[in-house]
Structure formats: structure tokens, C-alpha cells
Design a protein around this ligand. Structure first.
Ligand SMILES: Nc1ncnc2c1ncn2[C@@H]1O[C@H](COP(=O)(O)OP(=O)(O)OP(=O)(O)O)[C@@H](O)[C@H]1O
Length: 248
């Protein structure tokens, strides 16, 4: 058993001439919410797609739960992409059932019970038989989350999961993420909202494919030397100083 959920060492990735990740290294401990923060184009989605095995790094080393990437490992990962990958003509239940089968929940009774559980969790029980195309944007986000967690994965990747959610729903998502952390589940979340950052146990600030600072929200704020600093100040400070806190 390892205390490190994810190790990334010197990861680089380019899309033809665009260098999206540049010798990026990170250690993500188990059982926490880890935020990957950064402006548009910083490399957040690329990094998540590498961690879930959808892209292969050009160089560097990646291990999840102490193992290098394999098909077997995929069943232990949950992934909520930035752009929904739902079948809009299928119902809420049918979509979640589809993902449950892909993730290997073969026992029909157990699968049915788990699908019911996650539908209730995302508060869509009354809409379970509606086609996804007839749901609001926030409801689709909730279905997408349910699909990512239906197989009870120990590591979950969420790419901008709170975009477009109203404040109450955003709060509910975070309550749920925290309850998963308490059960030992590791959550890696990408975002550019500082509201999400404040909920994370640790953060990495990314810029131009590099980690420019990494630490707890308090450490990152304290690094500015200003007792009243916000996370926004901390991010701007790390940009100016080139990331004094990263890999200390
Ligand atoms: N399929 C692609 N083909 C070519 N370039 C790409 C592709 N996907 C991303 N990029 C480029 O790679 C860089 C990193 O993009 P990425 O989507 O990882 O950033 P991001 O931090 O997730 O951005 P955002 O916050 O806007 O979602 C950007 O310069 C982007 O234009």
C-alpha cells in the first residue's frame, strides 16, 4: 500500500508544435482533494488526460497507486471530462448503467443498487427516466459525475466539474467530494476558479505546462509574505516569482 496516489516525474507532452506540458513533476498524496489550477491553456486538461491514460506522455514517468499505467488500473479510476461524454438520447439511468458496465460492474443486482445510490446522491431520482437531452446544464454535470463514480474508484479525476453550477450545487458537490476523501478516495480536480481552490487540501498552480507553485492553500498564501493574501494574490505572486514554493 502506498501513501502516494499519483507520481508524475518530468512529464512532457506536445501537440505537434505546441508544448502543452514541460518537464512537469508532482506527487499527489492519497485521500485528499488536489487542485490543478491555472489559466486557459496552462495544460490542466492535457495533464488529466495523461493521468487517465487517454494521452501518452512523450517522456517522463507516471505511476498511479504505485503502479505504471495499465488496462487493469483503468477500472480503479473515475474520470469526469470537461465536455460531457453522455448519450443525450438515453435516460439518466441508462447512461449511468452504460458506464457501470464499461467499468466492470457485472453483477446485475449490485449494479442496479449502485446505480440507484449514485442517482440519489446527485439528486436526480425524479429525473432518472428522462432523456439527458431534456436536462439542464447543471443536471447534465450531475449525471456526468454519477457516471464517473458509479464503480467506486479510489482515484477520481474531475476536469472542471463545477463549471456552470449554481452556488448551492457547487457546495453540494464539494460536500460530497469531502465525504469521499474521508473514505480514502483521492480526488484530482482541475479548475480556474479560486472558489474551488479554497476547498482543496493541496494545490498546484500550472502555467505554460509547468508547475509554478505547489502546497496547501495556507502555504501558498503565506508564501506571499502578506498575512491578508488571497489565493488570487498567491497565484499572481507565484507567477511573478516563478514559483518559489514548488518542489521545495
Ligand atoms: N487537441 C489539441 N491539438 C492541439 N493543441 C492542443 C490540443 N488540446 C490542447 N492543445 C493546446 O495545448 C495547450 C494546453 O491545453 P489544455 O487544454 O491542456 O489547457 P487547459 O489548462 O486545460 O485550458 P482550459 O482552462 O482552457 O481548459 C494549449 O496551448 C492548447 O491550445
Amino acid at each position: 500500500m502506498t501513501d502516494t496516489a499519483i507520481s508524475l516525474r518530468d512529464i512532457s507532452f506536445s501537440y505537434k508544435r505546441i508544448k502543452a506540458l514541460d518537464d512537469l513533476s508532482l506527487e499527489i498524496p492519497c485521500g485528499i482533494s488536489f487542485g490543478i489550477m491555472g489559466p486557459n491553456g496552462a495544460g490542466k486538461t492535457t495533464l488529466i488526460r495523461i493521468m487517465v491514460g487517454l494521452l501518452r506522455q512523450k517522456s517522463g514517468y507516471l505511476a498511479i497507486l504505485g503502479k505504471e499505467f495499465s488496462r487493469q488500473l483503468e477500472y480503479q479510476l473515475g474520470y469526469m471530462p470537461q465536455i460531457h461524454s453522455l448519450y443525450t438520447e438515453l435516460t439518466v439511468s441508462q447512461n449511468i448503467d452504460f458506464f457501470a458496465r464499461i467499468y466492470g460492474l457485472r453483477d446485475k443486482t449490485l449494479r442496479k443498487a449502485r446505480i440507484e445510490e449514485v442517482i440519489r446522491l446527485v439528486d436526480l431520482w425524479d429525473r432518472r427516466n428522462d432523456a439527458v437531452m431534456n436536462l439542464s446544464g447543471g443536471m447534465k454535470q450531475r449525471v456526468s459525475l454519477a457516471c464517473a463514480i458509479v464503480h467506486n474508484p479510489p482515484v477520481i479525476f474531475l476536469d472542471e466539474p463545477t463549471v456552470g453550477l449554481d452556488p448551492e450545487l457547487r457546495c453540494r458537490f464539494w460536500e460530497y467530494f469531502k465525504s469521499l476523501n474521508q473514505k480514502g478516495v483521492t480526488i484530482v480536480i482541475s479548475s480556474h476558479t479560486l472558489d474551488d481552490a479554497a476547498h482543496c487540501d493541496r494545490l498546484a498552480f500550472l502555467r505554460e505546462g509547468r508547475v509554478i507553485a505547489e502546497g496547501t492553500p495556507s502555504e501558498l498564501k503565506a508564501a506571499t509574505g502578506n498575512a491578508d493574501a488571497s489565493l488570487e494574490d498567491a497565484f499572481l505572486y507565484s507567477i511573478r516569482t516563478g514559483g518559489a514554493l514548488s518542489h521545495e
